[in-house]
Design a protein around this ligand. Structure first.
Ligand code: CP3
Length: 346
């Protein structure tokens, strides 16, 4: 299937484009009334994610309604722990919760390396249906959590401000930590390959809790595993690495075998370009809260961001996911501004 709009793939590869491509983290869901209607027809997030026809439908909604240049498959990073043997629940208004966690070497016997073809078949089916229904309009992004972020949920069992249980494990049980990180990495590589087999055009690795590690811990327990995943997937598809809060690791991320490095809004754009180097494409990085401003303000901050990134090697996005109470019209304003202003920058 030939893609009618491959801007994001070309930008990821560093090629010149007519304008800057744009999509948003967490674009599938939450902010759209159309999503909430589909969500209300099932028991909850997990049933929605596990029903391939519905997952495909909400994946495509932001392409139709908002006009983004890529779709991202509707799923969650926590499907990996589940496929490894630790199921999760999504508690209304509180987030993910794991009835069972890993706290000792013996617990490793409870889990296994995931087999995506059986344990995650519903995601692969959703990707196949989405690709068919997109019919080449825009590329489809596959994704997975980075091993450290997945590890932190498997130890902690829920979200946390400090992830101190997970960090404690790194300090007190480094051998066990590396064993678990290895199992997660192996599962993730298989899973991302299966997503590409099913039709994903590019993949993003989310290291949402990278920023709570010390630089030394990041270099020991996070970066080598991300690097392994990049090496396994490149150059089969473009790979994006988004390590939220890892401002201290931008130079190291510039050396990864990936096309694109995601920036959060705390990271200065010019400084990041210097640290990451000239070769990589950068993705980001407007503060999601900037979308609470007036249309005039959204337009102004989006243009300022585009000016700072320049007209090449940039994929426009937010610095983290959309919040549920952001007005879809403001999101559209962000997207339209990227499209119009970046074309004029050429
Ligand atoms: O980006 C997209 O639109 C695609 C879908 C997607 C979801 N989760 C759907 C979701 C993606 C890419 C994710 C990734 C994810 N999930 C991350 C990494 C990105 C990030 O935000 O840092 C993380 C850390 C998670 C774990 C997770 N899932 C949490 C902490 C929560 C609860 C809080 C929240 O953000 O809502 C979820 C739930 C979740 N994942 C929802 C959706 C649409 C809301 C569930 C619902 O509809 O009730």
């Amino acid at each position: 299937m030939k893609l009618q709009n491959d801007l994001i793939l070309r930008a990821a590869k560093g090629e010149k484009t007519e304008r800057t491509p744009v999509w948003l983290m967490r674009q599938a869901g939450r902010i759209l009334p159309e999503y909430r209607a589909v969500r209300a027809s099932v028991s909850g997030f997990i049933e929605l994610a596990q029903t391939p026809e519905l997952a495909a439908e909400v994946t495509i909604q932001p392409v139709d309604i908002l006009g983004v240049d890529a779709a991202i498959i509707f799923s969650d990073i926590l499907v990996i722990p589940e496929a490894m043997g630790l199921p999760y629940e999504m508690v209304e208004k509180r987030g993910p919760w794991f009835p069972e966690t890993i706290s000792s070497e013996a617990d490793l016997k409870k889990i296994r390396v995931a087999d995506p073809e059986t344990d995650l078949n519903y995601v692969l089916e959703a990707i196949k249906i989405t690709k068919k229904e997109l019919n080449g309009r825009v590329p489809l992004i596959g994704f997975a959590g980075a091993p450290w972020t997945i590890f932190s949920y498997m130890i902690e069992g829920a979200g946390s401000k400090t992830f101190s249980k997970a960090k404690r494990m790194l300090y007190t049980e480094p051998t066990l930590s590396h064993k678990l990180l290895d199992m997660i990495t192996e599962s993730t590589i298989k899973y991302l390959h299966a997503q590409v087999d099913a039709g994903a055009d590019m993949v993003q690795i989310f290291d949402s809790w990278a920023g709570i590690l010390s630089p030394e811990q990041f270099n020991t327990f996070a970066l080598p595993y991300i690097s392994k995943i990049c090496d396994a997937l490149m150059p089969r598809v473009p790979v994006t690495v988004f390590a939220k809060g890892a401002f201290f690791a931008r130079a190291e991320m510039g050396k990864l075998n990936c096309n694109t490095v995601g920036l959060d809004w705390n990271m200065d754009i010019a400084e990041s370009r210097k640290l990451v180097g000239a070769d990589k494409t950068l993705q980001g990085n407007l503060d999601p809260c900037a979308l609470y401003g007036s249309f005039e303000e959204v337009k102004k901050s989006t243009e300022k961001m585009l000016d700072a990134f320049g007209s090449e090697k940039h994929i426009a996005n937010l610095g983290h996911g959309l919040y549920p109470d952001i007005d879809p019209e403001k999101v559209k304003c962000f997207i339209d501004t990227v499209k119009e202003y970046s074309a004029k920058m050429r």
